[in-house]
Design a protein. Structure first.
Length: 362
């Protein structure tokens, strides 16, 4: 059986049980659920937005690499309709999205969510992205929520390792608030290592913690110029109560979290709605996050070893709140480094003050 791919070439294919088409490499190239053949067979590597404006000394290795996997979907310009209603269409769509290993969505103005909520929440044929390892979304101006989730169906995103998004002008969230269950879930998002976000001005939160688990593999959090962002990880009330009463010191542990890069997040109040414990935290770099008042607690034995390096404005550092050394939340566990200017001095300077701008450099 043959079918035209998005690039206009013809490939010999085989048909899956649910009507999805695969080429001989196993790559998804088309589906009856998609009204137009917009899924590309081309695999390339894309680099994330540079964050050098945060701190010039940041190594290029902090940029997130997107590496297409064997089963890869790329959706670009054009019109795509994933709001299918027929049983055959839903089966095909669920089959494709539950088997795809990498997803690259870009330059598409017809998509509001990647998959409509009523499709992802169908109990008989739910979409949980069980095989997805890496995802990149950029320049989709009408995208409101990238993924809809419901944790009462089954595990979600248990293979996902990296997620990046850029230039999503209307997005309010990356993952939605989902229906929760009280059972322990140590599978969903258990392999997620890195989240990189840039230029999502209306984003209010990233990933609600709606399941009784933790982001046990998260190492890097990189967020730049998301001016409406208030919380990265809001916590559902039921989970919040459990953390406060059953977790050590009432803190949610992020056991592998090592690096924060946060820049120009003027509305940010909290990284996580629960207090955080990050025993392996190494570097924190922040600019323009004046509403953030807390760093995570860390291993109090750091006093005898390497401290957490914090590159931040001095005024921001001076206004942080601390819980004490006994819970690993004390200034002695961190090594702050401040830029050459101070915010207060800049705010006090006006065009009529007569101050020489060069005098503001320390």
């Amino acid at each position: 059986m043959e079918r035209a791919t998005a690039g206009g070439r013809w490939k010999e294919q085989q048909q899956g049980d649910d009507g999805s088409h695969f080429d001989r490499t196993g790559q998804v190239v088309g589906s009856p659920a998609l009204h137009k053949p917009v899924i590309s067979t081309t695999c390339r590597t894309y680099n994330d937005v540079s964050i050098k404006e945060i701190a010039p000394e940041i190594d290029d290795g902090t940029a997130l690499q997107f590496e297409p996997q064997d089963l890869h979907i790329e959706i670009g310009q054009g019109t795509i309709n994933t709001d299918v209603v027929s049983d055959q269409g839903i089966r095909a769509l669920c089959f494709v999205m539950n088997n795809v290993q990498s997803l690259y969505l870009h330059d598409n103005s017809s998509i509001a969510p990647v998959i409509p909520e009523q499709t992802t929440s169908t109990r008989r044929r739910g979409i949980n992205y069980r095989a997805l390892k890496c995802c990149r979304v950029e320049r989709c101006p009408n995208l409101d929520t990238v993924f809809h989730t419901n944790y009462d169906i089954e595990y979600y995103f248990d293979q996902l390792e990296t997620f990046s998004a850029a230039d999503l002008l209307m997005a309010h969230s990356i993952w939605s608030r989902g229906t929760i269950v009280e059972a322990i879930d140590d599978v969903s998002f258990a392999r997620l290592r890195a989240i990189h976000l840039s230029m999502c001005p209306r984003l209010q939160f990233v990933l609600p913690l709606s399941w009784f688990g933790t982001l046990s593999s998260l190492e890097t959090l990189n967020i730049v110029r998301c001016s409406d962002l208030k919380q990265v990880f809001p916590v559902e009330a039921e989970f919040q109560k459990r953390i406060a009463t059953r977790y050590p010191n009432g803190m949610l542990e992020f056991p592998r979290l090592k690096h924060w890069y946060l820049h120009d997040l003027s509305s940010l109040q909290q990284i996580c709605e629960a207090k955080m414990f990050a025993p392996q935290l190494e570097t924190v770099r922040l600019r323009g996050c004046w509403g953030l008042r807390r760093l995570p607690a860390t291993d109090r034995r750091r006093r005898d070893g390497p401290l957490v390096a914090v590159d931040c404005e001095k005024d921001w550092w001076d206004n942080l709140q601390w819980d004490g050394l006994d819970v690993g939340h004390h200034t002695s566990l961190f090594a702050p480094h401040h830029p050459a200017y101070y915010k207060k001095r800049l705010l006090r300077t006006t065009p009529f003050s007569g101050d020489d701008p060069a005098s503001l450099v320390q």
